[in-house]
Design a protein. Sequence first.
Length: 275
Amino acid sequence: MRPGRLGGLLVAVLLSATGCSGGDGGDGTSAAPNGATGATTAAAAPKAPRVGSCYQLDVRSALKATSSRPAVSCSHRHTAVTVAVGTVQPVVDGHLLALDSTLVQRQIADRCRRAVDAHVGGSLRDQRLSRIQAVWFNPTTAQADRGALWYRCDLVISSGPRTFAALPRKTHGMLRAQGAMSRWGTCGTASPAAKHFQRVLCSARHTWRARAATTLPAGTAYLSTKAGRTADARCRAVAAKLSPKSSKLRWAFEWPTRDQWQSGQRYGLCWTPDA
């Protein structure tokens, strides 16, 4: 899943889930002896998933690198839809890598994030502030041994710490629709600094809202004082713009998690109360 998506802390959990089984890449075929003729026949590689297929996934199943969940009718309740299917490139600098290697998983993650962003449309700001996420799956070891080198990119919407929302029938361009952020935006049950804070969809009951994705200064260290001061000033400016006549501004800056930072995310979220 993508940095900064899956609603902050949950995305970090999903981003760190790369415990998949690796394959040897293979040449796409395997041979079985034929006792009658001594010839060999090539077993066909398992078919790749289909774009547009729908699934009933939960967060637990999305944490896994492979999925055996069967597709369901898109006219029925579903929580995931496949928006892209591609081919893994396991050879990097002349070396054949396992599917669960960091480089291959990063390759899949980057492609799936871009695929989901392109699918939902909208501005970069809205994409970063929405609860729309990317999850991805690759073949099992047995499938890879038979030549499967596909990866599958699914779109999900995080509605809570451990739940995905039911998807609308149409997801293409959903962030371009009027009122999209009031429905799919990231809100909270309290300030992100509060102990009992939980992220929720903005269509659910909430008291705070993520207003902006603030890029941190280049070259600064994680949780550094310099970056924190810069982000705090920018979030205060967001709050002041929303309430120009108020003498008591309230705002909060939420850092990316360490996993998000290590994966390349250099922005955090500015939050303000949502009266």
